[in-house]
Ligand binder design. Structure first.
Ligand code: ADP
Ligand code: ZN
Length: 510
């Protein structure tokens, strides 16, 4: 059968995109496959086309009922005979009858239903073409969205051993991928990974000093539609209000809003050519807006996968777009607290994800290279389209300053905030330092004027590496990373934004 012809006739597409053909060919040959493809790459087609072309029914396991219904509408629209079998459907009896009569190309079910014994018995009476396991990273504890129900799918798949299986995911690092293969019984050579590069997106990452000012500046430079992600509902509200004062149309989106307001805001954004949507990460799933010109993060995303997915909503049309991330040391501290609260056996994955984010924000090298390596690719050293490639930062050995900083934290009793610690290091006398008797300390004024600009970046770097922690009153205390540095075993190199680095070399500011 000519699949390309079928593709044209059914979907009206000129041809396959990226790895679609490779995936579809394997599926048609009955071979078990894991397809890792970024959002928007066209994963659904990889099972919809075989489902339409092969005799029998393709069972799609999908975790979210809302997404299933979207998929159902899309499949039905192109003439594929599809149905969903969920608690939200009141036509279940009819669907089961159609299934048994061989009248369905596609059947969408949730994992908790698929893993039940009743479902397996139902499938005994059905001619099966394929199992498609969507959002397959949910099967892995290494993934960011582990769902125990996915683990229970294996007996079903093995019961119908002869039926090909296709696992699909947009978000899987090397560790998670390997785990998905094992969990779902897919051979190593069944892994197909699409190119993750989004060359038209320019990545920039900078410490946050004033999110409103930084994002307002971004809005001035980019007049097209934009998405600003904030971490909390309160953060969304606050930022939306502040950014609204720039004169641009700004709307908010988070789960706490009235559903009607939320839907209206989303519709307005999709139709607008200059609107800025301030949102929690709940916004963006399933939204098809190709002309988003910028995505800004006002706080740290929870993983590289999340960052990639969220920034990936920019520039779907292929025209230039920018992604700006503004991070703070406190984002890392908060993430560490959260990790401390998750179950012990999920911690290694959570810690690795945070460490990977730390490496991305701290690097003086190409951001894109870090991202693509994370997804298992071997990119060029320099992309020429990220902040660090365009204006290479200077790496500075700040080990000495870091030691002085830690000493000052120690000598003042591990209870003062960064502002005070800095004033001690610079020898800035105040009533407080006099009263505390800190002007007699050996660390009083030991940082030179030339080193002063390094203090903020050094404290950020120490917090990021867990060499320093913040207590409940904002005081700095030692974390596990402090010892090595103090004992002279570790070094601390930091990258400085180009302007500050030039100033340090005495070249003057611009
Ligand atoms: P994913 O699930 O990987 O995020 P979708 O399956 O939702 O992606 O597809 C994303 C968009 O790309 C859809 O609008 C789809 O119609 C379109 N698309 C998929 N495959 C092709 C193709 N071969 N040619 C043109 N458009 C395609
Ligand atoms: Zn680069």
């Amino acid at each position: 059968m000519d699949l390309t012809a079928k593709l044209r006739q059914l979907f009206g597409f000129a041809g396959f995109r990226g790895v679609q053909q490779q995936v579809v060919d394997r599926v048609m040959a009955g071979r078990r496959t894991l397809a890792v493809m970024p959002t928007g790459a066209g994963k659904s087609l990889c099972y919809q086309l075989p489902a339409a072309a092969l005799p029998g029914t393709c069972v799609v396991i999908s975790p979210l009922i809302a997404l299933m219904h979207d998929q159902l509408r899309a499949a039905t629209a192109v003439g594929i005979r599809a149905a969903t079998l969920t608690s939200a459907d009141d036509n279940r009896a009819e669907t089961i009858a159609r299934l048994k009569a061989g009248e369905l190309d596609l059947l969408y079910v949730a994992p908790e239903r698929a893993s039940g014994s009743g479902f397996a018995q139902l499938l005994d009476q059905v001619d099966l073409a394929l199992f498609a396991i969507d959002e397959a990273h949910c099967v892995s504890e290494w993934g960011h969205d582990f769902r125990p129900d996915y683990r229970l799918l294996r007996p079903l798949l093995d019961r119908f051993d002869h039926v090909p299986r296709l696992a699909l995911t947009a978000t899987a690092d090397a560790h998670t991928r390997a785990d998905i293969l094992v969990q779902l019984g897919i051979p190593d050579d069944g892994l197909i990974v699409a190119g993750f590069d989004r060359p038209n997106i320019r990545y920039s990452i900078a410490p946050r000093d004033n999110a409103t000012a930084q994002i307002s500046a971004l809005m001035k430079a980019h007049l097209g539609p934009g998405i600003v992600y904030a971490q909390t509902r309160a953060g969304v509200e606050k930022l939306a209000e502040a950014l609204g004062r720039t004169g641009r149309p700004v709307r908010a989106y988070h789960a706490g809003l009235d559903p009607a307001v939320r839907a209206a805001n989303q519709t307005a954004f999709v139709q607008s050519e200059d609107m800025v949507m301030v949102a929690t990460v709940a916004f963006g799933m399933g939204i098809d807006k190709p002309d988003v010109r910028f995505v800004a993060h006002a706080g740290l995303p929870k993983s590289i996968e999340a960052y990639y997915q969220e920034t990936g909503r920019a520039g779907r049309d292929g025209d230039p777009a920018v992604a700006h991330l503004f991070w703070g040391a406190e984002d890392f501290a908060r993430a560490r607290l959260r990790i401390g609260e998750v179950e012990p056996d999920r911690q290694p994955g959570e810690r690795a994800r945070l460490a990977a984010m730390g490496a991305l924000v701290e690097t003086g090298g190409c951001r894109r290279a870090v991202l693509l390596r994370h997804f298992g690719e071997a990119p060029a050293e320099q992309c020429g389209n990220c902040d660090n490639c365009l204006t290479p930062p200077a790496a500075v050995d700040a080990t000495e300053v870091a030691r002085k900083y830690l000493s000052a934290v120690f000598r003042t009793g591990q209870s003062f905030g960064s502002g005070y610690v800095e004033s001690v290091l610079l020898g800035k006398s105040s009533e407080r330092s006099l009263m505390n008797g800190h002007e007699q300390l050996s660390v009083w004024g030991i940082v030179s004027a030339g080193e002063a600009t390094l203090l903020r970046p050094v404290s950020r770097a120490l917090l990021l590496r867990d060499a320093l922690r913040t207590n409940h009153h904002g005081g700095l205390e030692f974390g596990p990373g402090a010892r090595a540095l103090l004992k002279g075993e570790g070094t601390l190199s930091i990258v400085l934004p180009p302007v500050r680095a030039r100033r340090r070399r005495g070249e003057g500011a611009d």
